[in-house]
Design a protein around this ligand. Structure first.
Ligand SMILES: [Zn+2]
Length: 95
């Protein structure tokens, strides 16, 4: 009795799983690559992976729909420094 090592990743449909993109049930395939779960919807082409926390990481498909837009810091706002105005210093008169 020889056991064949399962090196080939098996893609299988997940019964009852609903695609997060098109909400079609039973269209998601799931498989693992390097112990990373991958999902792919055969209906709309959506695919994602799951990170170590089990969170969905959408795969880049050319369009950035689900990515939060991270605004870079406005370079015009930076570098405002306030120096203490020496003229505002009241001379301490001990008399
Ligand atoms: Zn889909």
């Amino acid at each position: 009795m020889t056991e064949t090592p399962q090196v080939i990743t098996k893609k299988r449909f997940i019964a009852g799983a609903v695609c997060p993109a098109c909400s079609e049930p039973d269209k998601l395939m799931m498989w693992s690559e390097d112990d990373v779960p991958h999902r792919h919807c055969v209906h709309c082409g959506y695919s994602d992976t799951l990170n170590a926390q089990g969170q969905s990481i959408p795969t880049e498909l050319g369009t950035r729909v689900n990515k939060p837009v991270v605004k870079p810091a406005d370079p015009k706002v930076q570098g405002v420094q306030f120096f203490p105005n020496p003229k505002l210093k009241k001379p301490v008169d001990p008399s």
